[in-house]
Design a protein around this ligand. Structure first.
Ligand SMILES: [Zn+2]
Length: 214
């Protein structure tokens, strides 16, 4: 019954971008196809955040000034998507050919800590990914501090500090940190340090946001 009601409510939803009436997801099929999907064969983006080098795999290339559809879609993530939207996003990682022939038992998926009390989208995506790859989602990160750091000529920059109730320093599998948007990589870097600098670490995000200066 609940499922039926949910599907019925979905019929009443409209696309967050174009407003077309029937929209099972936050955006309609047309707008979904218009999102700036990265080429499935494209290389991971490597962000060198000071001493740490991170491999980042993103589904979307988000340039806020150039893709209003993507901006609306990203914003709609904050409001909470339906479970099916996250399953669909997880399926996009499968399409990318990620983790072919991998062993789910050697895979840990860690969501970014929730930034607010509201809907936890990183956890929802981590759970959908865990289901798809038969892996384990471990919600072990917590933000402990946001320190203000003075940087040359750029004013104050916030530095994120996290702690984790589990460490993966000795883990011989792969640790995947999941976040909705990656920009500078500072959140992922804080996670990497908190998780005990796992030797096999990757960052998966829905979108990679290009800064205006790129
Ligand atoms: Zn639409």
């Amino acid at each position: 019954m609940r499922r039926f009601l949910f599907d019925f409510m979905a019929i009443l939803r409209t696309c967050a971008y174009c407003g077309s009436f029937y929209s099972k997801e936050t955006v309609c099929e047309f707008c979904w196809a218009e999102l700036p999907w990265r080429n499935p064969n494209s290389e991971a983006v490597i962000i060198d955040a000071s001493s740490v080098c991170l491999k980042v795999h993103s589904l979307l290339d988000w340039e806020p000034d150039r893709s209003p559809v993507c901006s609306v879609f990203i914003l709609s993530l904050k409001g909470g998507l339906s479970k099916s939207s996250f399953d669909r996003l997880a399926a996009q990682f499968v399409k990318k050919g990620m983790l072919q022939n991998s062993d789910g038992r050697k895979l840990v998926i860690v969501p970014a800590p929730s930034r607010t009390q509201s809907f936890d989208h990183a956890l929802a995506l981590a759970e959908s990914l865990a289901a798809v790859f038969a892996a384990k989602a471990v919600n072990c990160l917590k933000t402990t501090a946001i320190e203000s750091q003075k940087t040359k000529g750029k004013g104050a920059r916030s530095l994120l500090v996290m702690e984790s109730c589990e460490k993966f320093s000795q883990f011989d599998g792969k640790v995947i940190f999941v976040d909705d948007v990656v920009t500078t990589g500072s959140t992922a870097k804080a996670a990497y340090i908190a998780l005990g600098r796992p030797s096999n670490f990757e960052v998966w995000s829905i979108a990679y946001r290009h800064l205006a200066a790129d």
